[in-house]
Design a protein around this ligand. Structure first.
Ligand code: GDP
Ligand code: MN
Length: 399
């Protein structure tokens, strides 16, 4: 789960991580009110969307002017004008895809005088089973580009979870970032606070780009991208409260209500599968037969009829789906339950695209009987290759 920059900055403040002063705004009036509470003479008006690259982004609408999603204002009147241009308009950045994101929230921040822009991120490193910090002196830019062109400018440090954070970790980071004097001490405190926040809040990713040194020598987290481990959200109520459903794919939101693992993809074959491994294999075999999966969908090992029905509805509501492949191995889950779910959903919603179902395992005969007697147009398949061939052939014939 992701949160907005202004919410990330609230967490910074809770953990004593230095950041600029600022307020969120949902309307132009609130933006003006926020700007009046800040001293000026420079304000930063920042579009809040769950995507980076806002500074260099462009708005779709001509009425938004030629500025990007992060703009420096020199007066309250300018804050008002920029807020009016951003709110309700669609911001396209390198991370949003062509369709962009509608800006519905702003963050109005006190402008900082920047001397240096640095990069710092933290993530759970699966290879070492530790939290790693990644830092670079090349902040404020596209870090992927830096990694590609000058990989030597990116340094990684990890922290042993058993012994925890020590000041020497922070000093190593400080030296890698070229900090000297009392900035080293600031960095030692900063990295320690970030590590504590990362662990206590069950983060999966934290990215501060840029982490700046101001002209008066202070370290300041000027941006904040945070991603939280969804498996830990049950114990992170204050994080869940920050969720902004408007930023998430509606079908993925619906899927999460039923505890389904669903990821929307670009292809034309909708897949309903149990188990992540089988789902991956199903997607592979669709590709092998010359088509692309429209989604990844794992209904889990113990799905109920309601869950299967919900999953089926999500696939059917996707207009890019030209055919559906249901591939279930009935181990814990019984094939007749799946069949009932498929038949119920197909009846309720009316399936206009080819549907191939491959069932194997517990109560498979009963499952096949339920489908055969349903009166619905369901093609039955006996194995994975047969299923993939049947669905791709049927979609080609229909298309
Ligand atoms: P992103 O483009 O989505 O990553 O948004 P950022 O929050 O990183 O802002 C983009 C850029 O705007 C930063 O790299 C800075 O160069 C600039 N910026 C952001 N806040 C300030 C500020 O307070 N003062 C100045 N001078 N520039 C800022
Ligand atoms: Mn940034």
């Amino acid at each position: 789960m992701n949160i907005h920059e202004y919410q990330a900055k609230e967490l910074y403040r809770q953990y004593g991580v230095p950041t600029g002063k600022g307020f969120p705004a949902f309307t132009v009036a609130e933006a003006v009110e926020a700007a009046r509470k800040l001293p000026g003479p420079v304000w930063v008006v920042k579009s809040q969307i769950h995507a980076g690259g806002r500074g260099k982004g462009k708005f779709e609408e001509a009425s938004a002017g030629s500025g990007g999603g992060v703009r420096l204002a020199k007066s309250v009147e300018e804050v008002e004008a920029f807020a009016g241009q951003m709110l309700g308009n669609t911001l396209v950045t390198v991370q949003t895809g062509q369709e962009g994101r509608k800006v519905q929230r702003l963050y109005i921040e006190d402008g900082s005088a920047i001397a240096r822009e640095l990069y710092l991120s933290a993530l759970v490193d699966r290879a070492t089973s530790r939290v790693s910090f990644i830092v670079s002196t090349e902040g404020g830019m596209d870090i992927e580009q830096v990694a590609h062109d000058t990989p030597e400018k990116i340094l990684t440090f990890s922290i042993d979870p058993a012994s925890g954070y020590f000041p020497y970790h922070g000093r190593k980071v400080a030296f890698a970032l070229g900090l000297t004097g009392d900035q080293v001490g600031q960095c030692v405190k900063l990295v320690g606070d970030l590590y504590r926040m990362f662990v206590e809040k069950d983060m999966a990713l934290l990215e501060i780009n840029p982490l700046v040194v101001t002209k008066d020598g202070k370290l300041l987290a000027l941006d904040g991208k945070m991603n939280f481990d969804s498996n830990a959200l049950f114990r992170q109520k204050d994080i869940v409260a920050m969720r902004d459903l408007a930023e998430e794919d509606p079908s993925e939101v619906e899927a999460s209500k039923y505890d389904l693992s669903y990821v929307k993809l670009d292809g034309q074959i909708g897949c309903l599968v149990n188990g992540a491994g089988l789902a991956m294999a199903t997607m592979d075999i669709i590709k092998l037969h010359g088509m692309e999966p429209a989604n990844f969908l794992d209904v889990g090992g113990s799905a109920s009829k309601e869950k299967v029905t919900a999953a089926f509805k999500i696939i059917l509501n996707d207009p890019s789906v030209k055919g559906i492949l249901v591939n279930i191995f009935g181990g814990i889950m019984r094939c007749d339950i799946i069949a009932e779910g498929v038949v119920a959903a197909a009846r309720e919603l009316g399936v206009t695209v080819p549907l191939v179902v491959r069932l194997e395992g517990t109560n498979v005969e009963l499952g096949k009987k339920i489908m055969a007697e349903s009166g619905l147009q369901i093609l039955s398949a006996d194995n994975l290759a047969d299923a993939a061939k049947k669905i791709t052939d049927a979609v080609r014939a229909a298309g």
